[in-house]
Ligand binder design. Structure first.
Ligand code: SF4
Ligand code: SF4
Length: 174
């Protein structure tokens, strides 16, 4: 086959060049950019504890705390996502952005504390979604949800008072 035949055959075939539009889709469980939702985060520290390369750090101040993530240290093992009790962490279905400098790889998210509606202590309330998930509380049971939005000490007090009154109620029935 001479060169002219090959050339002619190639010219009559459709282009095999790939464009950005026909790139292959990311797999469903792709571990892309690590996303952190500060509204769901309670600064519990579980992600710090399970992260072997120490890519996540937490600082707790008087009225706010900081959750920081160093993308340059992350191995995308997924343990932080797995162990976060409030589902504040997830992987995006796209790759992490390419950054110009090492410092741009670090994400800082500030989390404001709130005052406990009962005692006024500064604290981070549990997200409603977490309350429902952990305590099997229905969204429409607002009084119960309100109890779980208190600080830990007030929650414990209310629960022990409820327990005491139920025990004394049982004794009175006897
Ligand atoms: S495990 Fe989740 S809730 Fe706890 S500090 Fe990390 S991101 Fe926040
Ligand atoms: S994916 Fe793994 S390495 Fe990356 S921040 Fe989470 S626990 Fe650390």
């Amino acid at each position: 086959m001479n060169i002219l035949n090959i050339l002619f055959r190639n010219l009559t075939k459709p282009s095999r060049s790939q464009t950005p539009e026909n790139k292959v889709a990311f797999p469903r469980d792709f571990r892309g950019e690590l996303l952190h939702d500060p509204l769901q985060c309670t600064l519990c520290g579980s992600c710090v504890y399970v992260c072997s390369p120490a890519a996540i750090t937490i600082e707790r101040g008087e009225s706010r705390g900081t959750w920081a993530y160093d993308g340059g240290r992350c191995t995308f093992c997924g343990r932080c996502v797995e162990y976060c009790p409030t589902e504040a962490l997830s992987f995006a279905n796209h790759s992490a952005p390419i950054v110009a400098s090492r410092t741009s790889e670090i994400t800082h998210n500030e989390i404001e504390y709130q005052r406990c509606p009962r005692c006024g202590e500064m604290m981070i309330p549990l997200p409603v979604k977490t309350i429902q998930h952990l305590y099997h509380v229905e969204a429409d049971r607002q009084p119960t949800v309100k109890v779980y939005k208190l600080c830990e000490r007030c929650r414990n007090r209310i629960h022990s008072q409820a327990l005491k009154s139920s025990i004394s109620g049982t004794k009175n029935e006897r």
